[in-house]
Design a binder for this molecule. Structure first.
Ligand code: SF4
Length: 387
């Protein structure tokens, strides 16, 4: 059976507050029965509080509404995110006075409060799930949607996958992209050729390995799979192989699955705001121009259905190419707009597919618009008088 995804469009018929996204968040929370479900629960509201001078993370107006709903329902809310982003969150408007509840580092002030879970995957043996996440009895996963250099897109899965683990586990997830061998130095004849290969990448994705001079270390985040380096590299010496890219997506799915598995059935729900979507993650510490039109706000108990609906909705729009930083290049116009920017091996749907295989949810969904603009329009045109 298809999972329901509640949706609030960014479009308005009239210039009225009740047609805007914060009001539609209220409607979505009503549909998800959040107030009825949180009575007596300790509720972790997991969001990404960004860093430095970024300003495109969830606006406090949205977060405060979620906190209020939990309080009205008789739950005890707290906001949580990774330690270094919570430190300084007040400079981006996230304070307990504004939001209405405390903000805690998910793994404690020294990133040492966690529970270990075994699930071997390539170079990863254990997943260190944040203590504050696992101690909560209910979780609201509220994400801001944007691009991501490792996996094309960051939304609900990424909010949990990277945000509910210790720094050690996050590093291990990034390192897993290096697990499958991509550099074969014995097939590179000399230093001159080696340096030609490094110089061939316009995005500085290829560097000499600091620990093993003569080896290539690849910054997968910077690679859009343009293939230029393969023309400079002798046959077989360098691989731009999907398996390296896909391993991060699979690790994300396992990570989010592990965090969600610490909650009883029915004790998690997911919401995502797709506005001001930048090329890369909010953890970069700044906000660049939006690369896609706003797509709206989404809510579902099924994280896989939610992510699929978010990507499908964004896929109906177009990349705003004039807003892309001049150092980035669109070299394909196939697939999802996020993959246009980050390359086909960073297909944003992959983590969803891995997550579905793990039993996290279903890609089959039914979207329910909580306030269709057509319906509001038929209620009559609004006249705005000139003064
Ligand atoms: S495929 Fe293109 S972006 Fe990736 S490392 Fe090679 S040259 Fe750089």
């Amino acid at each position: 059976m298809a999972s329901i995804v509640y949706y609030g469009s960014p479009r308005q018929a009239h210039l009225e507050a009740n047609e805007t996204l914060p009001a539609k968040l209220d409607l979505i929370m009503e549909k998800l029965n959040i107030r009825d479900r949180v009575k007596g629960e300790t509720v972790a509201i997991k969001l990404h509080s960004g860093s430095n001078i970024g300003y495109s993370t969830l606006h406090p107006v949205f977060v405060r509404k979620v906190v209020q709903a939990v309080r009205e329902g008789g739950g005890t809310p707290f906001i949580t995110d990774i330690d270094w982003d919570v430190r300084g969150a007040e400079s981006r408007g996230y304070t307990s006075e504004v939001l209405g509840c405390p903000i805690y580092p998910s793994t404690g002030i020294a990133d040492k409060y966690y529970y270990s879970h075994a699930h071997p995957f390539k170079s990863i043996q254990e997943w260190q799930v944040a203590g504050m996440i696992e101690d909560a009895s209910f979780m609201i996963n509220f994400s801001h949607v944007k691009g991501h250099p490792s996996c094309g897109f960051g939304g609900a899965i990424k909010n949990l996958a990277l945000g509910c683990l210790t720094g050690k586990s996050r590093s291990a997830m990034h390192d897993v992209m290096h697990y499958d061998q991509y550099w074969f130095r014995e097939l590179c004849p000399d230093r001159e050729t080696f340096e030609c290969i490094l110089a061939s990448c316009p995005h500085q994705a290829l560097v000499e390995d600091k620990k093993n001079p003569g080896d290539i270390h690849m910054h997968f985040e910077q690679c859009n799979q343009c293939g230029r380096c393969l023309k400079a590299a002798p046959a077989g010496s360098l691989k731009i192989n999907p398996v390296n890219f896909h391993s991060f997506q699979e690790a994300m799915a396992i990570s989010a699955f592990t965090s969600l598995s610490t909650f009883a059935p029915g004790k998690t729900t997911h919401m995502a705001l797709a506005t001001h979507m930048t090329p890369v993650c909010d953890c970069f510490g700044f906000t660049s121009m939006p690369i896609l039109p706003d797509a709206g706000i989404f809510g579902s108990d099924d994280i896989i259905a939610l992510e699929t609906a978010v990507l499908d909705e964004i896929g109906k729009t177009h990349l705003i190419e004039e807003n892309i930083p001049t150092s980035m290049v669109v070299h394909t116009r196939e697939g999802h707009p996020f993959a246009w920017l980050h390359g086909p091996y960073k297909n944003p749907y992959l983590a969803i597919e891995y997550g579905e295989k793990l039993g996290m949810g279903s890609r089959e969904y039914q979207i329910v618009d909580v306030l269709p603009v057509e319906k509001v329009l038929s209620a009559g045109m609004m006249y705005i008088p000139a003064k």
